[in-house]
Design a protein around this ligand. Structure first.
Ligand code: SF4
Ligand code: SF4
Length: 243
């Protein structure tokens, strides 16, 4: 079953953080102590209390003008999630794939040691998993599976006032993303979808992904490092030749 997907069109994102606030509210995540970091981004990073974070970067566009780059970061719900492969070895049951939506779900009540968690986090190409020190488990975006199972939109999608975030059946979302890319490329030559074949959260960006966020896209060097780590984790019985 193809499952669900998101389409996040960053050309429509105004950085209002409605999605970020809605995520925190729906998941009953606590407020996060923060401070001015020299950026409007707030808080500074994802955490066990912040599953969705609008990253703010200012950089120079191709025309040389200074520009804002907004990136509503969250788990990509990878089609073949390396976090789950690692977690299955280190803490069985800590990560599973939801049968209906194909969301990658963490169970924060399943204990994992800090060292083993580091391996899970390091293997994620998008640097998403976070460690809950109180519970001794992992957490991240849930794809709002509780809402979706009741026929509701994820809280972040529902809250977005500009239509930058869409959610639905994967095939329809991929089609929507490709069609919007065609439109946007008429204006922005570098516009692209980020890793659409590999993830369920498909971002459209108008410029180089690294201008938005270091881990916006899978990078070849990151993949090599993280795949090497994955290789070490797998035992000979499940060895996968990914060299
Ligand atoms: S983005 Fe990271 S945490 Fe999310 S499914 Fe992919 S590997 Fe796992
Ligand atoms: S899908 Fe739900 S848990 Fe994930 S970022 Fe959106 S609101 Fe948060």
């Amino acid at each position: 079953m193809p499952g669900k997907s998101f389409f996040i069109d960053t050309t429509k994102c105004t950085g209002c953080r409605g999605c970020q606030a809605a995520c925190k509210q729906w998941n009953r995540n606590a407020g996060t102590k923060t401070r001015q970091q020299g950026s409007y981004q707030n808080p500074p990073d994802l955490s066990t209390a912040t599953f969705k974070l609008v990253r703010f970067s200012d950089a120079f566009s191709a025309s040389g003008a200074q520009a804002w780059y907004f990136f509503p970061d969250q788990c990509r719900h990878c089609l073949a999630p390396p976090c789950k492969m690692a977690a299955d070895k280190k803490a069985p049951g800590a990560a599973r794939i939801d049968k209906r939506t194909r969301a990658v779900i963490f169970d924060s009540s399943v204990k994992i040691s800090p060292a083993d968690f580091k391996e899970v986090r390091d293997i994620c190409p998008f640097d998403i998993p976070r460690y809950d020190e109180k519970l001794g488990g992992m957490s991240k975006c849930t794809m709002c599976s509780d809402r979706v199972s009741e026929g509701l939109l994820p809280a972040c999608v529902k809250a977005c006032p500009t239509g930058a975030m869409q959610f639905g059946e994967r095939d329809a979302i991929r089609k929507m993303a490709e069609e919007r890319l065609d439109e946007v490329q008429n204006i922005y030559r570098k516009a692209a979808l980020i890793n659409p074949e590999a993830v369920r959260v498909i971002f459209l960006v108008k410029d180089d992904p690294e201008k938005y966020h270091r881990f916006a896209a899978r990078k070849a060097d990151v993949d090599i490092t993280r795949m090497a780590a994955l290789k070490r984790l797998l035992d000979p019985a499940t060895y996968l030749d990914i060299s």
